[in-house]
Design a binder for this molecule. Structure first.
Ligand SMILES: Nc1ncnc2c1ncn2[C@@H]1O[C@H](COP(=O)(O)OP(=O)(O)OP(=O)(O)O)[C@@H](O)[C@H]1O
Ligand SMILES: [Mg+2]
Length: 227
């Protein structure tokens, strides 16, 4: 099972936060690989701090790191910088995938056609796309794409607090989009504990609310359903 995050051209919607949360939660019971394909190395920094190379963008096989803490066991393909040889990276991820029950690819926002082209091999590789969007018009417009032949799960995330009525309005928009296309969605609450992700992220679920934890559990169940 390979899931890739996506938010269209809109950045900062919470792709990395949800990719890391999902990978950590799933790693309690499964073999998980988190591929940091973002240009700024967000997931790498959250989990490994100032991590030295080699990085995914230069040496895919050399980028794999084992992260272990308490009951967590996770493999991370660490990164810094844009992917220069995306096809090669996609081939390596495809080769690694059989060793894991869940592969989470964290992508950057695809802000222009060059970025779309560069990340297309990874997007094609994924069997599930996790659209991460926010309850505002710019984010919704930039991210609600259809992906023929793939499963799509939409996370309506709140990287900052939004009024309940606004969230409810966009929840309906997403519900309609999902119903028309056979997709599923999850509402993720604003969670102050994840707005300060740092290398202490490994212990993040000690600080998060039950609402956030159950949204992440729901996301994991949807993604892994039938596996
Ligand atoms: N549910 C949430 N509750 C509180 N803060 C959140 C939540 N989701 C994300 N954030 C915060 O919002 C900011 C942006 O999140 P994140 O870096 O995950 O976005 P992104 O989509 O990966 O951004 P980029 O497009 O730059 O890769 C971060 O400070 C993060 O901690
Ligand atoms: Mg990111």
């Amino acid at each position: 099972m390979i899931v890739a995050t996506f938010s269209g051209s809109k950045g900062g919607t919470g792709k990395t936060t949800l990719a890391v949360s999902l990978a950590l939660a799933a790693s309690l019971s499964r073999e998980v690989l988190l591929v940091d394909a973002s240009a700024e190395g967000g997931a790498t920094a959250y989990l490994l701090g100032d991590c030295p190379g080699p990085y995914l963008s230069e040496d895919p096989d050399g980028s794999l790191r084992r992260v272990e803490a308490d009951e967590l066991r996770l493999t991370v393909a660490v990164n810094r910088g844009p992917l220069l040889w995306p096809q090669k990276v996609a081939e390596r991820v495809a080769a690694w995938a059989s060793r894991y029950q869940l592969v989470v690819i964290d992508q950057p926002a695809l802000t222009d056609v060059d970025a779309v082209e560069r990340y297309m091999p990874l997007l094609k590789l994924a069997d599930t796309v996790l659209i991460v969007t926010e309850p505002n018009p710019a984010s919704i417009e930039a991210s609600l794409y259809r992906f023929g032949g793939k499963r799509v799960i939409v996370a309506l995330n709140q990287p900052r607090p939004y009024p309940k009525t606004v969230v409810e309005h966009y929840r309906r928009v997403i519900e309609y989009f999902c119903r028309r296309n056979g997709y599923e969605y999850v509402l993720v609450p604003y969670e102050p504990a994840v707005s300060r992700l740092s290398p202490s992220t490994l212990g993040i679920f000690k600080y998060t609310s039950d609402d956030y934890d159950s949204a992440i559990a729901k996301l994991g169940n949807l993604i892994l359903r039938g596996r």
